[in-house]
Design a protein around this ligand. Structure first.
Ligand code: MG
Ligand code: MG
Length: 246
């Protein structure tokens, strides 16, 4: 779907709230705090900005952010997990302003992290930007996944297949999906005003996953680390415009 100027402006506002949730949670990350503490910090931003949460009650999800440590890929429920020195933590945030959605995620280290963890975070973020660079008028959507996959696999990592990015607007998850790998065909032609969430999940080991008994937390099957970065981006005449940055 293509969004007009006033819709894009609302999405820009939602993106700013999400960016502020990132800033606030990033500043709170340190050994000894719980993932529920991070949820509180994010909820305060939503409240302060008069926004609404798109995560809370989404298919029954009980929090305003997802917190996924170490070998958890995405969708972790905030709780009593205490962050430890050497952990990595993926934080996925979303907000609704005037009926329009923003959605973005990052992975951060807690205290001193391993060289592999550092490289995973750096490569995953870089793969996201390589994907975002493909969001230009006239290009094909699945070039995003091709670009993401190239960066991740060149580093010796793998790209998760079962979970993907998505179009976004008046709902958080709209069609079409945005794979983080080349799915075998070029996909839709990109047009001005389309908005997507590009969100690579990159694993140190294999891309295989399983879901925890809580029905939410998605884990790497081999127990190795995973990272996740995401932005909400519009296709514009001036190239990709990222909404979820400060
Ligand atoms: Mg998303
Ligand atoms: Mg997200």
């Amino acid at each position: 779907m293509r969004r007009n100027a006033s819709e894009l402006d609302k999405m820009r506002k939602a993106g700013k709230v999400v960016a502020e949730m990132h800033e606030a949670t990033r500043a709170a990350i340190r050994p000894g705090i719980t993932t529920m503490d991070l949820n509180k910090v994010a909820a305060e931003v939503i409240e302060r900005r008069g926004a609404r949460s798109n995560f809370l009650n989404y298919h029954g999800f009980p929090a305003v952010i997802c917190t996924s440590p170490n070998d958890m890929i995405v969708h972790g429920i905030p709780g009593d997990y205490v962050l430890r020195d050497g952990d990595i933590i993926s934080v996925d945030c979303g907000a609704i302003v005037e009926g329009y959605h923003g959605d973005a995620a990052y992975t951060a280290g807690v205290g001193e992290i391993s060289a592999t963890a550092k490289r995973l975070i750096e490569v995953t973020e870089r793969s996201m930007y390589a994907g975002i660079d493909q969001l230009t008028i006239g290009n094909r959507l699945h070039e995003v996944g091709r670009a993401v996959q190239k960066v991740a696999e060149a580093a010796g990592f793998s790209v998760v297949r079962e979970y993907v990015g998505h179009a976004i607007g008046t709902a958080m998850h709209e069609s079409p999906q945005v794979p983080n790998y080349w799915p075998g065909n070029p996909g839709p032609v990109l047009k001005e005003g389309m908005v997507f969430a590009v969100e690579p999940m990159v694993n140190v080991g294999s891309f295989h996953t399983y879901v925890l008994e809580d029905g939410w937390g998605v884990m790497t099957q081999d127990g190795q680390l995973s990272a996740h970065f995401e932005h909400t981006i519009a296709v514009t005449a001036n190239g990709p415009e990222i909404f979820t940055i400060a």
